[in-house]
Design a protein around this ligand. Structure first.
Ligand code: ZN
Length: 264
């Protein structure tokens, strides 16, 4: 839509050149950019939002140029990854600042010394997650399963396109219990072709945790969840090559590397 308006504006400036197959029309061609999530029609974006869809995996061509879903038009994959790294550093710095302003000592970037304020009212619960902790810390699964795909740049196993992976993949069989790593509120429970059955939980300090490819979702939007409580079971839904849990962490709306929080 915006390019049509741009064309009208330029045609107005070049009166007489835009009536047919003109030189000016040819010159306008390079002004077309690869579409991004922001270019989707408003009605489609609203539809996606209502369905709980997130543009959680932007895609790039073999040269690293944005195909769709990127934060900025024309942004290269290297810039995108640098931006993510910067966001991670900012998140850790803000977390350190927030914890140093409280009476509770939490000197490490990994908030593993959160105050215990309550016992999770849930069965089963993950004994490795400290009851009452308010920031995501520790793993959303028990038994330290193998991590099969790390956060960052990779060739997507299904599309074979270079894609920044905005989370980490744990190899677990269908039906494995998934736990919230902190107290929070369920923001969204949805299903789409990419993430499959997903859950997003908001936590204190601007943190959110995201779970994809679930087999079952045991919470609903608006639910309060305690740290260490079961929220669903892993599966093989959405765009996958096998059963696994995709686990993502956002800080102030931007994905950050979950490795900074799981404490391995
Ligand atoms: Zn993943």
């Amino acid at each position: 839509m915006k390019y049509d308006m741009m064309r009208v504006f330029i045609c107005a400036a070049l009166v007489g050149f835009c009536g047919g197959q003109s030189v000016a029309a040819g010159l306008l061609k390079p002004m077309k950019f690869a579409p991004t999530y922001a270019d989707l029609p408003f009605s489609v974006r609203m539809e996606n939002e209502r369905a709980g869809f997130e543009d959680w995996e932007p895609e790039y061509d073999a040269n690293g140029r944005c195909l769709r879903g990127c934060a900025y038009q024309g942004m290269s994959i290297e810039d995108d990854l640098k931006a993510m790294e910067r966001q991670t550093q900012i998140a850790v710095a803000q977390l350190n600042q927030a914890t140093s302003q409280t009476a509770h000592p939490a000197p490490s970037a990994v908030p593993s010394t959160q105050p215990v304020t309550a016992t999770p009212q849930c069965t089963p619960s993950n004994p490795a997650i400290a009851a009452g902790q308010i920031y995501p810390s520790g793993e959303p699964l028990t038994g330290r399963p193998t991590i099969t795909s790390q956060y960052g740049d990779r060739i997507h196993p299904v599309t074979k396109i270079r894609t920044p992976h905005r989370g980490i993949d744990f190899s677990v069989p269908v039906g494995t219990d998934v736990f919230s790593p902190a107290t929070g509120t369920v923001a969204s429970v949805w299903s789409d072709n990419t993430c499959g059955r997903g859950i997003r939980i908001t936590h204190a300090g601007g943190f959110e945790s995201v779970y994809c490819h679930l087999n079952s979702q045991l919470v609903k939007a608006g639910d309060t969840v305690n740290a260490g409580c079961r929220i669903g079971q892993s599966g093989n839904t959405g765009r996958t090559t096998g059963a696994h849990l995709h686990y993502g962490i956002k800080h102030n709306g931007t994905y950050v590397d979950p490795n900074n929080f799981i404490g391995r």
